[in-house]
Design a binder for this molecule. Sequence first.
Ligand SMILES: Nc1ncnc2c1ncn2[C@@H]1O[C@H](COP(=O)(O)OP(=O)(O)OP(=O)(O)O)[C@@H](O)[C@H]1O
Ligand SMILES: [Mg+2]
Length: 247
Amino acid sequence: MGRGYLVTGTDTGVGKTVITAALVGVWRRRGIDAVAIKPVQSGAIEANGRLVPEDVVFYRHVAGLPQSIDELNLYRFTSAVSPHLAAKLSGERVEPSRVVDFCREVLQRYELVLVEGAGGLCVPLSGPDFTVAELARELSLPLLVVARPGLGSINHTVLTVAYAQNRGIPVAGIIINGLKAGEAGPAEKDNPGIIAAMTGVPVLGIVPYLPGVSVEEGSADGLVETVENTVFWEDLVPRICGCTGTG
Ligand SMILES: Nc1ncnc2c1ncn2[C@@H]1O[C@H](COP(=O)(O)OP(=O)(O)OP(=O)(O)O)[C@@H](O)[C@H]1O
Ligand SMILES: [Mg+2]
């Protein structure tokens, strides 16, 4: 079975999709058979009478994924609320075993897989017993945590890591995303060090805010190159594939 990570965040909208798409783009450029999936998407967009999971569209565009949307997403709902509620509002239900089987199949097929959660770690995918954290546990996947750069992020990040560790879910790394040029004040400068010290988890990179990047508009100017140069992406690559390095 290939290796993978569950990508979670300290909150919704922190940049999980941006980081996921870019990492898979970097890996694929290095010849790694990597893929990203979003098993449950709420806030899907209606286009031509179809529901489109926006995050998956962005992965395909940024990483050049050849897979169909249905291969990368299982459930999609219109309402932009927690998946358990979005499903209910559509008269549907997320079946935990279907989600787990969907992810396992993808994990078996590819060398390196990123599974994007929804919102943060405690978000219910189908109800109180099946959260994003439970999905990571079922799949035995370590986490990658995407966090904001500034004030408030120490607390959100340390709590997220503590919640995972209390449940026996390993955290492979933290990626800080969206640092605006010229806005690195004392908090932004101090956060990576104090967060790493308090969690015992490495901060694998600090990704700047890129004005040419928008998930909604499908634009990703300079994104893959920037992540390639700002994140220790090699640390996440399985050793067996022998494709690390910067050549
Ligand atoms: N480094 C960045 N530079 C510029 N814009 C960014 C960056 N990271 C994220 N964004 C923008 O911030 C918004 C939220 O990012 P994203 O969709 O990746 O978050 P998310 O954590 O995946 O959200 P969700 O919980 O809805 O899945 C999007 O509009 C995205 O384009
Ligand atoms: Mg997303």
